[in-house]
Design a protein around this ligand. Structure first.
Ligand SMILES: NC(=O)c1ccc[n+]([C@@H]2O[C@H](COP(=O)([O-])OP(=O)(O)OC[C@H]3O[C@@H](n4cnc5c(N)ncnc54)[C@H](O)[C@@H]3O)[C@@H](O)[C@H]2O)c1
Length: 237
């Protein structure tokens, strides 16, 4: 199966790409390398340097590649940045997703997988958060991850595109940038390796939950293989 992964040079996208290649799928990667690294791009994947805001270039790539499934990872992921520059955040996360969906419609992509975020929930009213928890983002990043969920559902209904939306919490694992958001595991490891003391915020009690990037990659691949039938760790909606 041919799978196009946006953001496939980034932390999660590159791990998903590696697993798909290992499972003999044909992988196409689209990334503007703003945060992703070319050395993280799987050698057996075809790579296009492209910004998801460039609708024309995306159109040409989709026309050439005709993917069956799209995993749309590319995003502006910095919460603080979203507060400083909400228009830029919306441009990438909302308009960029609409560009991808337009290509999915035009080239009859069978399915789109979208990693939304636990940021859409805002402050939890109870724990653990489940799919029934109210959605009330408290950052522009939370808003710009939620809005595409609605677009995806509307495109699915209007144009018969299948979809799965994940809402990841704190993903950790290989290739995570220690300067990234929520990357406490990589921050601590980075500090240990550099002989520095990690800083614990709050009272040290656990307030976040974590998921290993290989488990995330497996969930993505299982979805491709088994369509909509699989539930994986209760993560999927
Ligand atoms: N890491 C987490 O804990 C977490 C949690 C919830 C949701 N997510 C979502 O998962 C996805 C992947 O996150 P990640 O942690 O791997 O981040 P990442 O920054 O490592 O990966 C994002 C990739 O998208 C690329 N990109 C950014 N803007 C782009 C643009 N305009 N055009 C093309 N490519 C662009 C970057 O270069 C990067 O390679 C994102 O959609 C993010 O919102 C991540």
């Amino acid at each position: 199966m041919k799978v196009l992964i946006t953001g496939g040079a980034g932390f999660i996208g590159s791990n998903v790409a590696d697993l798909l290649v290992k499972e003999d799928h044909e992988v196409v990667i689209v990334d503007n390398l703003s945060r992703g690294k070319i050395e993280h791009v799987n050698k057996n994947a075809r790579f296009y340097k492209c910004d998801i805001r460039d609708a024309h270039k995306l159109f040409i790539i989709f026309a050439k590649e005709q993917p069956e499934v799209v995993i749309h990872n590319a995003a502006q992921i910095d919460v603080q940045m979203s507060m400083r520059k909400p228009a830029l955040d919306a441009d990438i996360n909302i308009k960029g997703t609409v560009n991808i969906l337009e290509c999915c419609r035009e080239f009859k992509v069978r399915k789109i997988i979208y990693p939304s975020s636990a940021a859409v929930y805002g402050n939890p009213m109870y724990l653990p958060i489940d799919e029934n928890h109210q959605v009330k983002p408290i950052s522009f990043y939370g808003v710009s991850k939620q809005v595409p969920e609605h677009y995806i559902k509307a495109y699915a209904q209007l144009y018969n595109i299948k979809y799965t939306i994940f809402r990841y919490t704190n993903v950790y694992g290989i290739r995570q940038d220690p300067k990234g958001e929520g990357g406490v595991v990589s921050v601590f490891i980075y500090k240990f390796l550099n002989n520095q003391c990690p800083i614990i915020f709050g009272d040290g009690n656990q307030t976040r939950d974590f998921i290993y990037v290989n488990d995330v990659a497996k969930a993505n691949v299982l979805l491709d293989v088994f369509g909509d039938l699989v539930r994986y760790n209760g993560l999927m909606m």
